[in-house]
Design a protein around this ligand. Structure first.
Ligand code: SF4
Length: 355
């Protein structure tokens, strides 16, 4: 069994990171806070249902900080403010009680500004994430060819500043778009420090490439017991980042909530359009919190076996679809009636599950 590295406990809002707390999944809001609307709040609620534990926003100016304080008051999950360089924005976000701040003290400038930010965060019990990114290292380190070594040196400099200010309520991340450099840096860091680690590959790419790179890096690190919270950075929607994050944790045996979807890729034998069907139920399935194995299959070759092995399964059978419930044949209906019946059965299964 995998043994997780022991890290210190950090609390952001009502959610813990590190120590023995379950790994959490994060994503980042992809639009400007200027123009934030009620519609956006609905998107945040959907992210929560998909399994998002923290939502980070870029806060490039004081107006954004003010808007974020309103978002925080209405959002149903801890909010993280992402700030670069300007200590006044960090102070505002801390004053507004934003749950966590991502800022690198080394980028703030004069010592007195750093002191003010760390003192204010300590006063409110607000943690800080130090995000070391190989693409934005301090000038003296960016020339180093070994990116993992450069990231560790940058982290050491930040830790030095934290320690001089008696500040320990911090989470670290060491991210690169280079998978192997990210793995090396996080392994080295975790040997020396007990700060919780936020894992991810930065600028990982579009959906497929980003998922492959992140999965490889995270499966290595999580397999070593390294990592306390994760983000899958994709050139894609926040919803898919969250779903990808939970799928990675699930595949590593670190997440047991929600659906496990078994679905056929389709081939020439298919009598049921599994692609369209999955797309039509995707949103509903990923909002389910309870553990549920679901099979969506295309034909009678592998379909009945997989469908019968799931809590609920649907498979093509000639010009009909067959639905299995708890391993037993439940119904055979026309394809256009399949979706409604499938979702109705899932609804009943979930309502009858003990809390
Ligand atoms: S389940 Fe049937 S349709 Fe789907 S890939 Fe397998 S053989 Fe092809």
């Amino acid at each position: 069994m995998m043994i997780r590295r022991k890290t210190r406990e950090v609390r952001a809002g009502g959610t813990f990171i590190g120590a023995e707390h379950p790994l959490t999944v994060q994503t980042m809001w992809k639009k400007s806070l200027h123009g934030f609307s009620e519609f956006d709040l609905k998107e945040i609620s959907a992210l929560r249902l998909y399994g998002c534990d923290f939502l980070r926003f870029s806060v490039p100016d004081l107006t954004s900080a003010e808007i974020l304080s309103n978002v925080r008051a209405k959002a149903d999950m801890p909010i993280v403010a992402d700030i670069h360089f300007d200590y006044r924005i960090a102070l505002k976000c801390i004053e507004y009680g934003i749950d966590k701040i991502r800022i690198n003290p080394g980028n703030i400038g004069a010592d007195w500004k750093v002191k003010e930010v760390l003192k204010a965060a300590a006063g409110r019990g607000i943690p800080i994430r130090i995000g070391i990114n190989s693409g934005s290292l301090p000038r003296q380190l960016s020339a180093l060819t070994d990116k993992s070594e450069a990231m560790i040196k940058a982290a050491e400099e930040e830790i030095d500043i934290l320690e001089k200010n008696n500040f320990s309520n911090a989470v670290f991340s060491l991210k690169s778009s280079d998978v192997q450099a990210t793995i090396r840096a996080n392994r080295l860091f975790s040997k020396q420090y007990d700060y919780p680690l936020h894992l991810g590959i930065t600028e990982a790419g579009p959906l497929t490439a980003g998922l492959v790179k992140t999965s490889i890096a995270l499966s290595e690190l999580l397999g070593d017991g390294i990592g306390d919270t994760i983000r899958v950075s994709l050139t894609d929607s926040p919803a898919n980042e969250v779903i990808a994050g939970r799928e990675i944790l699930k595949a590593c045996g670190l997440y047991d909530r929600g659906v496990n979807i078994i679905s056929c890729p389709r081939c020439g034998r298919s009598t049921f359009d599994t692609h369209s069907f999955i797309n039509s139920v995707y949103d509903e399935l990923y909002r389910i919190k309870e553990p549920l194995k679901v099979a969506v299959m295309g034909c009678v070759v592998n379909g009945p076996g997989e469908a019968a092995d799931a809590d609920i399964g649907i498979t093509g059978a000639g010009n009909k679809v067959v639905i299995f419930k708890h391993g037993k044949l439940f119904a055979k209906v026309d394809e256009n009636k399949g979706r409604e019946l499938f979702l109705k059965i899932i609804d009943e299964m979930i309502s009858n599950k003990p809390e």
